[in-house]
Design a protein around this ligand. Structure first.
Ligand code: GAR
Length: 197
């Protein structure tokens, strides 16, 4: 059984999908802690409701805006909680340094597009959906990948396509991509990594 640490920044619906998958889709790992870089993230409430320990580490307020310190502090907490695998579930900060080094090939991210489309710096949250609609693609989706030092550039683990429909707004599309792709492939990919496949 692997220990999973989840990093979040906001609503935490992907965290919820992981919590709900425990014991069914997610059999080889259990969530031991949730860390947020935003004290107001609703995902923290979801974790508390599920009895999972939480911590807030903010880059500016707690680390003086120092990226290396931010990475070191998160790494320290993950080690303290004996985390084996880190999942970025809507984590909106970019980090390098110690965390990336210590957890190389053991950090998983969910991105709301089919990489290599609509990804990279600045492409987070609603932005990939805005870009997909602006470009006029007919299919988008979600990607689960390993995290390395290139933003959204690590090895792809799983992808799922979602059709764009007439009248889609970024918000409508975001919801469909979450429901049809993200909440399904994230628990599956985390299980795959926990199982060592
Ligand atoms: C999700 O759509 C996730 O894929 C995306 O932010 C949303 C978070 O929602 N992540 C990124 O854009 C990371 N680059 P959630 O907090 O409800 O899981």
């Amino acid at each position: 059984m692997k220990n999973i640490g989840v990093l979040i920044s906001g609503g935490g619906t992907n965290l919820q999908a992981l919590i709900d998958a425990q014991g069914n889709v997610l059999k080889s790992g259990r969530i031991v802690c949730v860390c947020s870089n935003n004290a107001d993230a609703y995902g923290l409430e979801r974790a508390k409701k599920a009895g999972i320990p939480t911590k807030v580490i903010r880059k500016k307020a707690d680390c003086g805006g120092d990226g290396d310190e931010f990475s070191r502090r998160i790494c320290e907490y993950m080690k303290e909680m004996q985390v084996d695998i880190i999942v970025l579930a809507g984590f909106m900060a970019i980090f390098g340094g110690e965390l990336l080094k210590e957890y190389a090939d053991r950090i998983i991210n969910i991105h709301p597009s089919l990489i290599p489309s609509f990804c990279g710096e600045g492409m987070y949250g609603l932005h990939p959906h805005e870009a997909a609609l602006k470009y006029g693609v007919k299919v988008t989706g979600a990607t689960v990948h390993l995290v390395n030092d290139v933003v959204d550039g690590g090895k792809i683990l799983m992808q799922k396509a979602v059709y764009i429909e007439d009248g889609d707004t970024p918000e409508i599309l975001q919801k469909r991509v979450m429901e049809q792709a993200e909440w399904k492939i994230l628990p599956q990919a985390v299980e795959m990594i926990c199982k060592g496949e």
